[in-house]
Design a protein around this ligand. Structure first.
Ligand code: 5RP
Length: 220
């Protein structure tokens, strides 16, 4: 099976977590795109969706799925999204697509977070994938200096990229993330940081992992 076939497989298997007659949250990226295409087959069974990015909104609407502004929504049964890395405790690195802030907000509102990923994303220690950090544009050099001085790793400005919120992304390479919650909080305390791609305070509740042997379900 190719990586895309595993992504497609796992995206299809996430349909069973969609709660009929509710609004669900939908993530961003290639695995989430497979999920959106699968969701279209049962679009009449849900009220609609909240999108974690403009790209996801466009794809959902392209399938005729109603997209709600999060401020119109009081509760969400489930949030389904991919990840760049997950550890065994279902802490995640997200934001490879730059949508981390909206993803984190939607995940915070949802009752359940189901992460969908192919087997390459499960790692012993996170950090091989550079950790995305969304920053207010005028703070980017300051935040890079603070990370280098007080946190470690090598922050690199993501060139030619602006988030849906009008901000910039720093990708922090060379980290070995042994205490994800602590690092998440430390990064968030630097002035100018909007949010970072560590989903540890609110990690996934379920990880569906697409493998060569089929989809595995990992729950804590
Ligand atoms: C986007 C994300 C994605 O979920 C993450 O980058 C995984 O993407 P893909 O499913 O394409 O491998 O966090 O901001």
């Amino acid at each position: 099976m190719t990586q895309d076939e595993m992504k497609c497989d796992v995206a299809n298997s996430a349909l069973k977590y969609v709660v009929p007659n509710t609004i669900i949250g939908v993530g961003t990226g290639s695995t989430a795109n497979f999920f959106i295409d699968a969701l279209a087959t049962m679009k009449d069974q849900i009220i609609g969706a909240v999108a974690s990015s403009l790209a996801t909104q466009e794809r959902l609407e392209g399938h005729g799925i109603t997209v709600f502004d999060l401020n119109e929504v009081e509760s969400m049964s489930v949030y389904i999204d991919g990840a760049d890395e997950s550890d065994a405790e279902l802490n995640l690195i997200k934001g490879g697509g730059g949508a981390l802030t909206r993803e984190k907000i939607v995940a915070a509102v949802a009752e359940q977070f189901v992460c969908i990923a192919d087997e390459s994303k499960l790692v012993d220690v996170m950090g091989e994938f550079p950790l995305p950090v969304e920053v207010i544009p005028m703070s980017s050099n300051y935040v890079m200096r603070e990370i280098t001085k007080n946190i470690g790793g090598t922050p690199v400005l993501r060139k030619g990229f602006v988030t849906d919120n009008g901000n910039l992304i720093l990708d922090v390479g060379g980290l070995k993330i042994t205490n994800p919650k602590e690092l998440e909080n430390k990064l968030n305390s630097i002035v100018g940081v909007v949010t970072n791609g560590l989903f540890a305070s609110r990690g996934a509740d379920v990880l569906l992992l697409g493998t060569q042997q089929g989809v595995k379900t990992i729950k804590l």
